[in-house]
Design a protein around this ligand. Structure first.
Ligand SMILES: [Zn+2]
Length: 244
């Protein structure tokens, strides 16, 4: 069955540009598809704003506006029209405190777009346990299951990957992330790690390329059980974060 409607869910405006830029650009370049981005928050409490006291004045609505525009510009670069970028306006870092509102909005967006391919943040097999990412991924999964979505779900930033998309040039992720100027403090150290460690490790699963983007592809009828690796990571995380 040909893919014609792709929905990508993000917790924050820079998520898919970091982890899915190459896959999304390839999908957009193939033509004949409607690709839409659904950003659950506007990232108004972004890390860069926290870390630099000079950026304090940007926090809140103003930073949210700046970051929304950054995502739209990056989307256009990937071949996704800016009109296809939607914001669900849940407060940044507060998705888990508004699960019903998030669920209602996510479910409605799925009903309106009727996707046949969905991208979402990994919610179970993750080492980067940002509560917004985990809750967005889980709510998307639950909504898709309730709606009887029959297609595949590509979960990004997972530790249990089963699909690798070749990265032939580092230019794509660098350019896409480069639009997120307000977050440059974060990406100055995050991007080299991502490109030279994560993408290189994923690239070992493919022949003929050095780097890859990785996804855990699953569907709503597959049981979502924690593997040994995920359980270990969860234990380590809870030991360091003091949560049980
Ligand atoms: Zn994020």
């Amino acid at each position: 069955m040909p893919i014609s409607r792709v929905m990508a869910f993000l917790a924050h405006p820079d998520d898919t540009d970091t982890y899915c830029a190459n896959f999304l650009k390839t999908l957009a370049g193939a033509g004949g598809k409607k690709i839409s981005l659904h950003c659950v928050t506007r990232g108004e409490h972004g890390l860069a704003a926290n870390r630099d006291p000079r950026k304090e004045e940007f926090r809140g609505t103003r930073l949210g506006r700046i970051r929304s525009e950054e995502l739209k510009k990056a989307a256009e670069y990937l071949g996704i029209p800016r009109e296809n970028v939607y914001f669900l306006n849940i407060e940044d870092s507060r998705v888990r405190e508004a699960p019903r509102t998030a669920y209602r909005k996510i479910r409605r967006s799925i009903e309106e777009n009727r996707p046949d391919l969905v991208l979402a943040p990994e919610f179970y097999h993750a080492y980067y346990l940002h509560p917004d990412h985990v809750h967005v991924g889980m709510i998307v999964f639950i909504a898709l299951r309730k709606l009887g979505y029959p297609g595949k779900i590509f979960l990004y930033h997972s530790i249990n990957n089963n699909y690798y998309h070749p990265v032939t040039t580092t230019d794509v992720v660098k350019t896409a992330v480069g639009f997120h100027v307000s977050q440059e403090d974060l990406f100055r150290f995050l991007l080299p790690l991502h490109v030279n460690v994560e993408q290189v490790i994923h690239g070992m699963h493919l022949r003929g390329v050095k780097r890859a983007e990785a996804y855990r592809v699953t569907s709503t009828d597959e049981p979502q059980t924690l593997g040994l690796k995920s359980r270990s990571v969860a234990r380590i995380y809870s030991a360091f974060s003091g949560k049980s």
